[in-house]
Write a protein that binds this ligand. Structure first.
Ligand SMILES: NC(=O)c1ccc[n+]([C@@H]2O[C@H](COP(=O)([O-])OP(=O)(O)OC[C@H]3O[C@@H](n4cnc5c(N)ncnc54)[C@H](O)[C@@H]3O)[C@@H](O)[C@H]2O)c1
Length: 252
């Protein structure tokens, strides 16, 4: 699918940035879509991509980004959604009582509803594509987390939001199978993104040491490589791939 159009939501930073770089290197026309205009613009300029400011939770916002990416010849062929936020706090405790609902709504709105919003609008656009030489109209890739399976203490909001992404992967792939559109989800373990870069080197090393093999943090480029492989390998559909070096998170 050389010279095809790909869009990366949350593409200004971390895993999304690495994915944007990977697809530019593979000669895709890439649109970086992110809330963060400053970082997104700078990256797009550096790698030769387009930038569009978009909030994954907004209907018009996502529609506009997808329409811009789909205006390329051949339409939008690849949509990767890496936009997401972390959330922490026990569901209830003696000291603080019940956790505020607002924190749950925030995480679930961005991580789960944002994923649904991007997926439905990308699929709508892809349905209008001519099938490519493999008979395919497009590929959508979501980002969950291993916290969907082994969430730690304080991760109920985050795990619930990512568990929803895991759960929708198969039925979305089934929905879109008659349109020759594939849907996959990547569930990353611990990756060295700006989020973790804020921690001191020692703390980052300690996190990496917990990974059975290789005993280190994942490199964002390794996420981007998997996203590209998913696009290239047509038999991958309706599945969630853990990308975690065999890490299973402990309760804390
Ligand atoms: N880094 C890890 O170890 C790790 C592990 C598991 C899962 N993940 C998931 O991978 C994804 C990317 O994480 P990252 O580490 O690269 O984080 P990051 O903070 O480096 O990048 C996330 C990007 O998403 C953007 N974003 C946030 N809310 C948005 C919104 N509403 N609309 C559009 N863009 C928005 C941010 O501006 C940022 O550029 C997230 O969904 C995260 O939950 C990361």
């Amino acid at each position: 699918m050389k010279s095809s159009s790909a869009i990366v939501f949350g593409g200004a930073s971390g895993l999304g940035e690495a994915t944007a770089r990977e697809f530019v290197a593979a000669a895709y026309r890439v649109t970086v879509a992110d809330l963060n205009e400053e970082k997104g613009k700078a990256l797009a300029e550096e790698i030769g991509a387009d930038f569009i400011q978009a909030d994954v939770t907004g209907e018009d916002s996502v529609k506009g980004a997808i329409e811009a990416a789909a205006s390329a010849e051949g339409g939008l062929r690849v949509c990767v959604n890496c936009a997401g936020v972390g959330a922490a706090g026990r569901i209830a405790s003696e000291k603080h009582g019940a956790a505020p609902l607002a924190g749950y709504e925030w995480a679930i709105n961005i991580n789960l509803m944002g994923t649904i919003n991007v997926l439905r609008l990308a699929a709508e656009s892809m349905i209008g594509n001519q099938p490519d030489d493999r008979g395919e109209r497009g590929v959508c890739i979501n980002t969950a987390s291993i916290a969907a399976y082994d969430g730690q203490i304080g991760q109920t909001a985050y795990s619930a939001s990512k568990g929803g992404v895991v759960g929708l992967t198969l039925p979305a792939a089934r929905d879109l199978s008659r349109d020759a559109i594939r849907v996959m989800t990547i569930a990353p373990g611990l990756f060295d993104t700006p989020l973790l870069a804020l921690l001191p080197e020692e703390a980052r090393k300690a996190l990496g040491d917990n990974v059975p093999y290789p005993s280190r943090l994942g490199r964002p480029a390794e996420f981007g490589q998997l996203a590209r492989h998913i696009v290239d390998n047509q038999m991958l559909n309706g599945e969630v791939i853990r990308l975690d070096g065999a890490l299973r998170m402990a309760p804390k």
